[in-house]
Write a new protein. Sequence first.
Lengths: 316, 324
Amino acid sequence: MMKLVVRRLVLSVFILLAVSILVFAATLLLPGDPARAILGQQATPERVAALSSQLNLDQPAVVRYFLWLGGLFMGDFGTSTSFGGPVSELLGDRISASLVLMVLAAIVSIPLGLGFGIWSALHRGGKRDKSVTWVSLTLAALPEFVIGIALVTIFATSVVQILPAVTMAPPGTPVWTIPSQLILPTITLALVVAPYIARMMRATMIDVLDSGYVEMARLKGVPERQVILRHAVPHAIGPVAQVIAIQLAWLAGGVVVVEFLFRYPGIGQALIDAVTFRDVQVVQAVSMIVAVVYVVVNLLADIVGIMANPKLRSAA
Amino acid sequence: MSENTLSGGLGGAGATAPGQPGAPGSAVGPDGEKGAGTDIKQSASKPRSLMRRVWGQSEGRVGIILTAIIVLLAFLGPLLAPLVTGYSPTEFADRPFQPTGPFGTDDLGRSVASRFMAGGTLLVLYSVAATVIGMVAGAVFGIVAAYTGGTVDAVIMRVNDVLLAIPQLVFAMLAIVVLGPQGWVLILVIGLTHAPRIARVARAATLSVINEDYIRAAEMYAMPRSRIIFREIIPNITGPLSVEAGLRLTYSIGSIASLSFLGLGMQPPAADWGLMINENRIALSVQPWGVILPVAAIAVLTIGTNLLADAIARANASTNVGNA
């Protein structure tokens, strides 16, 4: 088992290294002089020269890659051209703000998804099951900004005005000082993620309910409530854990649109600003951060999967 | 709307109810739909065409109708818009955010109705183009990986793992910051980010048919590899691939609309639904039509294509041919 875990770990490191090459290669694709391309046509020659030396453009690309990669390990993400300061300073507070949003979305969506999945499996084929299927198919189809705008229309502007439509905390203060501004972004993300969890939970729960040990438990007279909670659900949760992990990893990218919609001061908002101002260094830094979150969550899911699988667990 | 999810879960396992008795000739039956019994009986002798099996489900019918409504709107809208409202999509109609005309004016005083009717064409075309690029690239790499095996398989799947580590929208932004928000960049980057996800499905589907007797027979006749792929493998994995195409189309629409909404997709003064939402959302409480109409159109379109994908998955499950 340790062997498998170590192999996955090594693989993850290689994936991240390959991702870093890919992300770095983006600067090589900038047409002409990268410094000129980043700063635009109006830039003075002095600024272009300053940026050139900052980006180590006088060095060959391979050297620049290793300088950049080495910087990442030491928390030096380069210098933002549109804000002037170091990228790490710009992103510091935003990373924690985004993580708060992701964790809240996970806390809301996982029980919601599992609950509806189990509920609809227990009423398989009936009206309740069908309505859960339709609602989850509908929600799974909608882009996150559509769900977000629908919520804003209903709860913040046109129908009732009980929640703030955008983030109101002044810059510099932590987002959780005004909890009400977290509600709509969290619900939006949760509604995007929960349908997938619900559908997977329903499918595995149906398999488990048809299995021999559930039938056995019922035949020997175990109360139905206990059959479901003690015998069925624990067995169904295993495969669903993988889907939950994929969804959590997806949140790392999914927060981008939601943050923009609610003007939430996270890394997604920083990414969009950076793309708008062609601030390549910030885009590279955010891409790497998101990739790290993505790979780490997937790695954890695989390790949980290896641990939960008795066949793999016993194999030395 | 999260990509990279269970194409299998949406179609395969999620859509079927194992343990339904009395399904001769098929391991699983479509659950809960009226007329499921007759479907199965017919499929045991002679499978009905995929299209008819999709239409036979309520989900399939609703999906096809919703998709058709928006596609018609997207292609006829630009022609009808000036006739209905009297203004072209970029023409000044009245002061900004006034209730003149059918649905009022937008942030620059243009007719919301005109822009709405003209705003779907590019979205639909770009989404279809991106899906086609992703399907072709993904299917080629997936099938080649599974059929060749060995080092080629390992290399393709590792490259896949790397590409999957960057979320689609973040990848798209990386491309846009370097190459600029142009049409071909959008189509190419969305298509290519679909490819690794499609390749996984194509690979799994190919692996499930690769040991069938008809492939062995073709190999014994020394049929060239490319011919085996085109004549023997592809026709037998169209089921899972068509489900994937439907799903990827849904996600393409979502991604391209999202990028436009972020101001990184279609650029002003183009009339586009995603862009319209971005332009008009500051006035959501005084003039909501500029936001609600495009949001509704995108919602109906993605729901339609997703229902269609799910119906195709169920239709495949009921014949059980090459179903990965």
